[in-house]
Design a protein around this ligand. Structure first.
Ligand code: SF4
Length: 492
């Protein structure tokens, strides 16, 4: 997607990648990885790739687009082997181009190796310079290749040593899967910002970003990797090892609010349930008199149900989402573009007309989409629109792999709640508090990264990165003129 295409996209946060690794002695691993990647498609839609090994040689295929657009029967038939890793990508570092699609392939002392990465390194540039000085050459602009080059240098000393070396040198968020001719490896960064789970798959094993990838291929999750932990899978079985001591846990709270699929489990909690509880807490923190609770589909549904249950206000769907619109690569013309959110959401006027509605959504980034949805509800005849948001106000940029606006573009960073309510055209506006969101998951504040809400970054962010993202906030009146597509890390 180029910048113009991104601007056409809505202003939601973008997930940044999904990874999978499988070891299946009695099935074609590429096919299993393909169906597993389908379940992880929500984590990235720009490119997809699978690398396989038959025990001797690593082969791969990757391309731009959705999993179903990159792979067909013929392509999968060429990917023979009992081990595979797969990746779906949304680019946060490195351009959205085929050369940056993953898995990234490298030649090592023990044969070919491929790596898929979910997350973002904050010291990629320095590390790249160090590695170039050590004689390593780079083929891509992706931060993932920085980790790949460390693995290439160290893998002949054993996978445990190589992964531990990555953890010693790479700073930031990373959950990765790696394939060599004889091994599948999974590992999670020492603060555990991005998720990674492992388990069984018939007579084999599997590792993936989310538990939702296991069900469709007949797998069972047995273990959520700890921060700094790795899993190594080969013909001897599946073993776990510590790669680095964890300074603290800091799982991304947004995985629970929005990114991950609601049927996934994280921290032993079904995310659907956590989101329902967020809706309940929102109703306690921001009660309102209204006739119906309406979700913004699909991500607002569990929280709206929770809000309805706690408040006693009936739940009612108020708009339908066009589920397949994002699957087209055909750019809308100017007239269609002006329809904005209408291309994706169609209001059901009969449900809305004459009603005081509570509109429940997961987050507000720039506010442009929420503003359009509020307008849509009033145009459909709503008497009042009370906006309730399950993510606390986003005031700081993310440096750990989530594509969001720079600080000056974040609506909650540049406006008071009252100004933002007026900007959105809402009757009232209420956000869930940070404790309210954390409590819904049933863990402690210290178990999460809360940086985009609080500004407290669990992994210190270098000043030059901060400078780029913490630009001067614009005047409120300028907000409508702000364009999207500003990214935190320049393409190196
Ligand atoms: S800054 Fe926000 S989006 Fe980024 S990892 Fe932390 S909680 Fe998640």
């Amino acid at each position: 997607m180029d910048t113009a295409e991104r601007e056409r996209d809505d202003d939601r946060l973008k997930e940044e990648c999904g990874v999978i690794g499988v070891y299946t002695p009695d099935q074609e691993a590429a096919r299993v990885a393909f169906f597993g990647l389908f379940a992880l498609q929500h984590r990235g839609q720009e490119s997809a790739g699978i690398a396989v090994s038959d025990g001797e040689k690593v082969r791969w295929e990757k391309g731009m687009g959705l999993v179903s657009q990159v792979f067909d029967q013929e392509v999968l038939d060429h990917l023979k082997g009992h081990m595979a890793i797969g990746h779906t990508r949304y680019s946060t570092t490195g351009a959205s181009a085929l050369r940056n699609a993953q898995p990234i392939m490298c030649q090592t002392h023990i044969g070919e190796m491929a790596i898929g990465h979910n997350g973002n390194l904050i010291n990629a540039r320095e590390l790249r310079k160090e590695l170039e000085a050590e004689g390593e050459y780079f083929d891509t602009t992706s931060d993932t290749e920085v980790m790949a080059r460390i693995l290439v240098k160290e893998i002949h000393k054993g996978p445990e040593h190589a992964v531990a070396e990555v953890m010693r040198r790479a700073k930031g968020a990373y959950s990765c899967t790696v394939i060599t001719p004889r091994l599948v490896i999974g590992f999670r960064d020492p603060t555990g910002i991005r998720p990674l789970v492992a388990g069984t798959l018939g007579n084999g094993y599997m590792v993936a970003s989310e538990s939702c990838a296991f069900g469709p291929v007949g797998g069972t999750v047995t273990h959520e990797l700890e921060p700094g932990e790795m899993v190594i899978i080969d013909e001897k079985g599946m073993r776990f090892a510590c790669g680095a001591k964890s300074p603290r846990k800091a799982m991304c709270l947004f995985e629970f609010i929005y990114f991950a699929r609601p049927d996934s489990h994280m921290y032993d909690t079904l995310l659907y349930t956590a989101r329902e509880r967020m809706g309940e807490n929102l109703a306690k923190e921001h009660p309102v008199e209204a006739d119906i609770v309406v979700p913004v589909p699909d991500s607002g549904i569990p929280a709206a149900l929770g809000f309805s249950r706690e408040s006693g206000i009936p739940y009612r769907e108020g708009m339908m989402k066009s589920r397949y619109i994002h699957r087209t690569f055909i750019a809308p013309d100017q007239r269609l573009r002006e329809l904005g959110v209408r291309m994706k959401l169609t209001p059901m006027d009969e449900h809305i007309r004459g009603k005081r509605i509570v509109l429940v959504d997961d987050s507000i980034v720039r506010g442009t989409t929420t503003k359009q949805i509020v307008k849509l509800m009033f145009e459909a005849g709503a008497k009042e629109v009370h906006v309730r948001i399950t993510a606390p106000p986003i005031k700081f940029p993310c440096f750990y792999g989530i594509d969001m606006a720079s600080k000056g573009e974040l609506a909650a960073a540049v406006m008071t709640i009252d100004d933002l309510k007026n900007y959105l055209g809402a009757t009232t506006l209420g956000y869930l508090s940070i404790p309210g969101a954390v409590k819904a998951v049933g863990k402690d504040m210290n178990d999460f990264c809360l940086a985009c809400f609080s500004g407290d970054y669990p992994i210190p962010v270098p000043l030059d990165l901060k400078k780029h993202a913490f630009d001067d906030p614009p005047e409120v009146g300028e907000l409508a003129a702000i364009s999207g597509g500003q990214y935190l890390l320049p393409v190196s």
